[in-house]
Design a protein around this ligand. Structure first.
Ligand code: F6R
Length: 601
């Protein structure tokens, strides 16, 4: 989603800011803009589309050393130049991530007071309100503090006030914002990659903190306007980890990193002994009902988690999409645990679901990738996956690492509950050791999946079917395909197809059928035959050699213990989606309309 960077220091700001903005491109955006101060005057330049369009309008040698910039992912008003950030009204120029929910009422009041708006954005309303309050308070900090009492919603602001042209102000509520000091100046940013070239040390602002940055100083005030000291964090990833390393796309690079990500994630919690799992997960023992809440792919991980925990631990698991969960009536009992799954740790609906559970006095645990993100900080327990920086909008390695965590939790809880025997445990652990190599072998087989993609990429719709855990994987396979290739794709429980959807199957409609659960394979094969009889082009994904030929293409994957199987099965589906999208000339790493981190409701 939207990205923010600002710099004030001893060097020219435009090159630094544009570099930082480019490192935020992966979040997804549809316009970009910059405001800088030159001879005490604020100048705004913005443009629709990619940052490259904005760059054409900029003189990189402009002698300005203070600026703020933004990549916008449209929420209020269409994606055009007028609605692009920064916005300016009165004495204030602002870049903004998030949504001010009560902006419409505020806008009316401000219009009545004489403010005239050019854009449809909530951000321009924020400029006007700040300006109005500043006129009364005559103090920037007090005005900033006062607007926090009026705005409802989420915001991270980078702000320039024309009465103080040597400072950048920053303010946040819910949407993340960091400040950072580098040898030649100070930064604000929505995300670490924006500043990583200049420093890996940063401070995460808390809600309602206000930061004032000048070229030699960063002062942070808490919500009572008292100066406050904050912990300085160190980002341990490298800048190179955010580069493509010779791969054509970040998505392809990230798919190829999955064996390492699996190993890093498992090794962090498990040293080969049950003792290590006990040390990390023993707090889970007392819960006998679990709600898993997440969005998109993370929700699909939760569906796999449900299947594993219910089958191997014997406790009920409810999986919900966060945007529904946050508004529904929940039936918790005393020993309910709510697990939030989120790569970014900033997804607005998942964060709201977490807060709802906490408000209701329920223990929460988050499975998160981004260290220090809001969800990680607010959950009672955090389990970090070790996926590293994920740049492609479509998640792959984070999804796989989330599956790895659910496998580990299942192994631990199943063993503790004695629903997994010592004997079975040994079989699982044997397979666990082999997994990095098997993941790697599955990736290396990419040419065979690519050949299949070459045969189906022109189709207008592609179906996925499966039963049980394979249905959960079908949903992820289908999402991966449609989000990056724009081909309509639906995932169905294999047995449900004939209750309506099968009418859409005609000659050569691709049906990707996943069957890895031995006890359900025969049933799924019957459903596959039903589609075949209607002309479907069947791509059969299984870990067992079929005894008859009811398919057109076979993707044979290695068979491992069911607790680990999904981690292998998803890999060909990711690569299939990738190649279908590539053949269609799609913008794979930044699919249209999508954002990496969905910080609005
Ligand atoms: C799909 C995808 C999204 C995210 C979803 C949740 O490839 O990446 O569906 O899974 O937006 O995001 P996080 O995990 O950051 O909460």
């Amino acid at each position: 989603m939207c990205g923010i960077i600002g710099y004030v220091g001893h060097n020219l700001c435009i090159p630094k800011i544009i570099h930082g903005l480019e490192n935020l491109e992966y979040r997804g955006y549809d316009s970009a803009g910059i405001a800088y101060v030159l001879n005490n005057k604020t100048k705004i330049i913005k443009e629709k589309g990619k940052i490259s369009n904005l760059k054409k309008l900029l003189d990189f040698d402009t002698t300005t050393n203070l600026g703020i910039a933004h990549t916008r992912w449209a929420t209020h008003g269409e994606a055009n130049k007028i609605n692009a950030h920064p916005h300016s009204l009165g004495k204030f120029t602002i870049v903004h991530n998030g949504i001010i929910e009560n902006y419409s009422k505020l806008k009316q009041e401000l219009e009545n007071n004489g403010y005239v708006f050019k854009s449809e954005t909530d951000t321009e309303v924020a400029c006007a309100l700040l300006d109005e309050i500043y006129k009364q308070e005559k103090d920037i900090l007090k005005a900033l503090n006062k607007v926090t009492k009026i705005f409802r919603g989420s915001y991270a602001f980078g702000i320039i006030c024309s009465d103080d042209p040597n400072a950048i102000y920053a303010l946040r509520c819910t949407s993340p914002l960091i400040v950072a000091n580098s040898p030649d100046g100070n930064f604000i940013a929505s995300d670490v990659p924006a500043i990583l070239k200049y420093t890996n040390k940063y401070i995460l602002l808390d809600d309602f903190d206000i930061a004032k940055l000048t070229k030699d100083n960063i002062i942070i005030y808490d919500e009572f306007l008292h100066e406050t000291k904050k912990k300085v964090n160190t980002f341990s990833g490298t800048f190179e980890s955010a580069a493509k390393n010779g791969y054509e796309h970040f998505m392809l690079k990230e798919i190829h990193e999955q064996d390492k990500v699996f190993k890093d994630t498992i090794n962090f919690y498990f040293d080969g002994t049950i003792e290590s799992l006990k040390k990390n997960f023993s707090f889970l023992k007392k819960y006998n009902k679990i709600d898993i809440v997440a969005c998109g792919s993370a929700y699909h991980t939760g569906l796999v988690g449900k299947s594993l925990i219910e089958n191997y631990v014997n406790i009920p698991v409810n999986v919900e999409v966060a945007s529904e969960y946050r508004y529904k009536r929940c039936f918790y009992d005393y020993n309910t645990l709510v697990i939030l799954v989120s790569q970014s740790g900033e997804t607005a609906d998942t964060l709201a679901a977490l807060r709802k559970a906490k408000n209701d006095g329920i223990t929460t645990m988050a499975i998160v990738n981004v260290v220090g993100s809001s969800i990680a900080r607010e959950a009672d327990h955090v389990i970090y996956i070790k996926a590293g920086c994920e740049i492609a909008v479509a998640t792959t390695k984070a999804y796989l690492a989330q599956l790895a965590i659910f496998s580990l939790l299942t192994i631990y809880l199943g063993y503790q509950n004695k629903t997994i025997s010592e004997n079975e445990l040994n079989i699982i652990l044997d397979d666990l050791k082999k997994m990095p190599k098997l993941i790697n072998d599955t990736i290396k087989n990419y040419n065979s999946y690519f050949n299949i993609a070459d045969k189906i990429y022109k189709n207008k719709q592609i179906f996925f079917i499966g039963r049980g855990i394979d249905y959960a994987l079908s949903m992820e396979g289908s999402l991966k395909l449609k989000e990056i290739s724009y081909i309509n794709s639906v995932a169905y429980q294999a047995g449900e197809l004939k209750h309506g959807t099968i009418s859409l199957i005609t000659k050569n409609t691709p049906v990707i059928a996943i069957a890895t659960d031995t006890k359900l394979i025969e049933k799924t094969i019957s459903n596959i035959k039903e589609t075949k009889a209607r002309g479907a082009y069947v791509i059969y994904v299984s870990n067992e050699e079929p005894s008859e030929k009811f398919y057109d293409e076979l993707i044979k994957i290695h068979k491992v213990h069911p607790i680990l199987q999904s981690i292998l099965t998803i890999v060909p589906l990711q690569l299939l989606a990738y190649k279908v999208a590539k053949n269609n000339g799609c913008d794979i790493d930044q699919p249209r309309n999508l954002a990496k981190s969905v910080t609005v409701e």
